[in-house]
Structure formats: structure tokens, C-alpha cells
Design a protein around this ligand. Structure first.
Ligand SMILES: [Zn+2]
Length: 70
């Protein structure tokens, strides 16, 4: 998925708002561009993949931090 506004492809899941329920009914989930912070909707399965990538990045970061603490 490419951002409509800035052309970058890094997104994170956006906070879920009440109005997003309508989008969820058509299998869309809100995401936010990591670069220009514009809100967009993507396929819910892609949003899940984004979430997994997000957790993976966090896990790696914490692992690195743990190693630095030792
Ligand atoms: Zn963007």
C-alpha cells in the first residue's frame, strides 16, 4: 500500500474511532501514514499484516535495548 499523499509505504494502525465501524463492515481498517500522518483506510487483512510488522519492529527494538542494558 502506497500513501496517496506522500507516496511512502510505511503505515501504522490508526486509533479506532466510532465512525470507523462503518468501514469495518466493508472490511476496511484505518491506518496512518508514518511519514505525513494522513489517515487512510486499507483492507483489514493488510492492516493485520501492518500490525504484525509493527509488533516485530517493537520486539526487535526491545531486544536491542535488552542487549544494551546487559
Ligand atoms: Zn503519507
Amino acid at each position: 500500500m502506497i500513501c496517496w499523499y506522500c507516496g511512502k509505504d510505511r503505515f501504522r494502525r490508526s486509533h479506532f474511532q466510532l465512525k470507523d465501524i462503518l468501514w469495518l463492515l466493508v472490511l476496511r481498517y484505518p491506518v496512518r501514514c508514518s511519514f505525513c500522518h494522513k489517515r487512510a483506510y486499507t483492507n483489514i487483512f493488510r492492516a493485520q499484516a501492518i500490525r504484525r510488522a509493527q509488533l516485530e519492529r517493537r520486539r526487535k527494538r526491545e531486544q536491542k535495548k535488552d542487549e544494551a542494558d546487559r
